[in-house]
Design a protein around this ligand. Structure first.
Ligand code: FAD
Length: 307
């Protein structure tokens, strides 16, 4: 019940101002967003990779309002890639980007987002790694998939995300399950209406399994973005049935959630990639993490009153 309320708050400017200014927040936010600058995040990258994990980096931010902010987002990713080049970690550290941060919602936003994301994809390719386009709310997806297709003409390894809660996703998965594609499947983190998305957890989980089967039986590279223990073991079974080797799919989880499971899967020989967000504009990302688990909200509220 709380999830949709928190998701609605994640889009409210008033709540953004209130929560961002609360003195508390840092300790709780740090659990999910462990730094604000590249300098904060480099030791985390070094630590996680030393433990056998891989990463996908998200410079937090979305729903920007000016082309200058979109350009700044592009530059933040380019600065990160510059640092990554020195670490020489290649595809062990890739990038996740939200096209809304690259200007997708502005006037002429489709072209603007493409123009801003392309140099990031080029710079990533130049250091031997890749970019994955995150999936945002359903109104943005036709544009995201068109940008994905355009980028793949020059950079076929560019990945994208599909969301199991959307009715459209089974068809998207069939289209994307082709040779060379990299597709992350997640349940979906936005507040979506009943006309376009399943609302019940059991329906979303069933759709997730159907879509995962399509990806595993297809020719592409599935990236299983979930912390759900049941789905993780189903993914292992489906991979086995489809005759996939351990390096022909990967698991992905968010930094700060089920960390011991990251290490367990890596120790079993799986590719395990940790989605690691950093930056100052953390509000939307943070609120979606609260919405996914009401216990997070209780912890957050308790720390507010105990200060
Ligand atoms: P759930 O059933 O929600 O969770 C399973 C278990 O995991 C829970 O019981 C709990 O133990 C733990 N858990 C899950 N979430 C939390 C949390 N926030 N705090 C503490 N414990 C938690 N969504 C998008 O819409 N677009 C994207 O581009 C996108 N990218 C993602 C990338 C990755 C790598 C991952 C892992 C998720 C991404 N998501 C994205 C979020 C996703 O849609 C879900 O909202 C999120 O993963 C929770 O779903 P779940 O599969 O973990 O299952």
């Amino acid at each position: 019940m709380l999830g949709p309320v928190i998701l609605a708050a994640s889009r409210s400017d008033r709540m953004r101002r209130l929560i961002s200014a609360a003195p508390v927040t840092k300790q709780v936010v740090d659990r999910f967003i462990p730094g604000e600058t590249v300098a904060d995040i480099v030791p985390i990258i070094e630590d996680l990779t030393a433990r056998g994990l891989e990463l996908t980096m998200d410079v937090v931010g979305e729903d920007i309002t000016t082309p200058e902010q979109a350009g700044a987002a592009r530059d933040a990713y380019l600065a990160l890639i510059d640092h990554l080049e020195r670490l020489e970690l290649g595809e062990k550290v890739e990038m996740s980007v939200k096209l809304s941060m690259f200007g997708q919602a502005l006037e002429g936003g489709h072209e603007l987002a493409l123009a801003n994301v392309r140099p990031v994809v080029e710079a990533a390719a130049a250091i031997g790694t890749t970019v994955t386009l995150d999936a945002e709310d359903h109104t943005t997806l036709d544009s995201m998939f068109a940008i994905h297709e355009e980028l793949r003409k020059d950079f076929p390894q560019t990945g994208c995300v599909i969301q199991a809660y959307l009715f459209r996703t089974e068809a998207d998965a069939r289209r994307l399950a082709e040779s060379g594609s990299r597709v992350r499947l997640v349940k979906g983190a936005y507040k979506e209406p009943a006309e376009v998305a399943y609302q019940q957890k059991h329906e979303i989980d069933k759709a997730y399994v159907r879509i995962l089967r399509t990806l595993m039986e297809g020719e592409g590279y599935p990236m299983i973005g979930s912390h759900d223990p049941r789905l993780i073991s189903i993914a292992q079974e489906l991979a086995h049935k489809a005759g996939r080797k351990l390096d022909e799919y990967e698991f992905q989880m968010l930094y700060g959630i089920r960390g011991e499971e990251h290490l367990r899967l890596a120790a079993e020989g799986h590719r395990m990639r940790v989605y690691t967000a950093y930056g100052t504009d953390w509000y939307g990302y943070f609120m979606r993490r609260l919405a996914e688990k009401p216990a997070n909200l209780r912890f957050f509220l308790r720390s507010m009153v105990s200060k």
